[in-house]
Design a protein around this ligand. Sequence first.
Ligand code: MEZ
Length: 536
Amino acid sequence: MDDLKTLRQVVDGSRDARKNQSLALLPAGEKEALLKENHPDYKEDAYRTVTIGPNAGEKTVHEVADLLEGRSPVLDKTVDLKPDHTADVLIIGGGGAGCTAALTAVANGAKVILATKLRVGDSNTVMAEGGMQVAIQPEDSPIRHFLDTMRGGHLKNDRQLLRTLVEEGPQATKWLLDLGVLFDRDDSGENLRVRSGGATSTPRLVTCRDYTGLEIMRVLKDALINEDVQILEYAPAVELLTGADGACTGALLKNLDNDQFIVVAAKTVILATGGSGRLHIQGFPTSNHFGATGDALPLAYRLGARLRFMDTFQYHPTGVCHPEPMAGLLVTEGIRSAGAQLVNVKGDRFINEMDTRDVVAAAIIRECAQGRGVSTPSGRVGVWLDIPMVDSVNGEGTLEKRFPNMMKQFSRYDIDIRKEPVLIHPTLHYQNGGIEIGVDGETGIPNLFAAGEASGGVHGRNRLMGNSLLDIIVYGRRAGKAAALRANTVSLGGLSLAHLDRFYGKFGKTEGKDFVSPVLIPDYVRRQEAKVSNKS
Ligand code: MEZ
């Protein structure tokens, strides 16, 4: 095996020839074929049929089926359900959606408790680097945003949810600006600068360099701690609670410091626990934060809430493949939109880098599977992302100015991305589906709401870059307000675990299942990650 330094020279050698090369987007038929052959969503043996609950009979990946069919940690246990705390609105999750919901619920007069598994801000929100989509340019419109997103989502998006998302985008952005988010501005300093993302018809991303989610989270967190919100950290939910009428009446939390339960009685509950990348679906590495184990899914499911699109996940095309300690971390799509090219072992481009994420990821997987990838010393296989091309086409200093976070991350391993291409491979990035919601974040269960990545429908079968940051703000606000208003109309209900009998009842309580969900803390030693075969 040639060493990486030698192989890199092929990329350097073909850079000039590639500089002005344009590659057409794939026609629809070819895209479909590429996806079917290569995208993990189409790998039949990665799926099984769910046997229990509202989505019984539908397929999902084994890892999620395990969650949904898993055993409640309190099944067959006697738990004292005397409330330790009471709230109008209990929010479970301390990322962007949860904090937004909390701020909005408080603004609407509610007494709010926010409980989170780790610390406030430990979330996938901070992992969204390259921007938030919002139609604010004169030549843009919510309709255009809607159409781009529908195309990206394979036309499967929930239209009502999407319409609300795009129409309320500008208002949500103003809310963030008023809170103090420092979005990048144009040279005059007066207008927000917008950048391009994959598969969009016009530049629409508002950015904070390449740490947009981190900046948004910084501001939300600051705003939250200045509000009268009770925050319970290191306190994940392990089960929801229900009243006699089947409505959600609170949650059972676990104090991770002492393993004791905390009982919260609440008039309404919002699930905002984010995604599930740390389940390492199909053995993929992930860009997700440590706590992303899809906890809301089994909690809502056991209470009877339906899930949507649980057969589709987003594998971000450019996860780091080398150096090994960075494996799975994100290299923002923004860097491709600034001109970085994907190049195989022969020094050739093989896909238009700005096609939809599923298509680009599938093309990378194909290159690796067909022997045109590059093997790393630790046995991974990836393709090159020719990042130096960015400075080459935009002028020296562009990478330093626009991508300081990327520069810093790679510099820790003595890689100067201004000079060297890096090896990438798709990384598990986003849960396209989740709990079915209406436009106010309401689930099918009375007084239970969901927002952000835990919910599903708005992104269809493939999310476009930057739409998740908008989703957490628009739907965090809507769920926060709706839950606060609902709390004005209901009283605290009885607290029981009766739904567990209903859920497990006819299947026999434990059915021999030894998998306990929610998972809470990822199972490291990590499961064997996908070894992509490379025939070279
Ligand atoms: O929305 C995202 O997933 C995002 C902004 C990621 C990125 O590539 O930067």
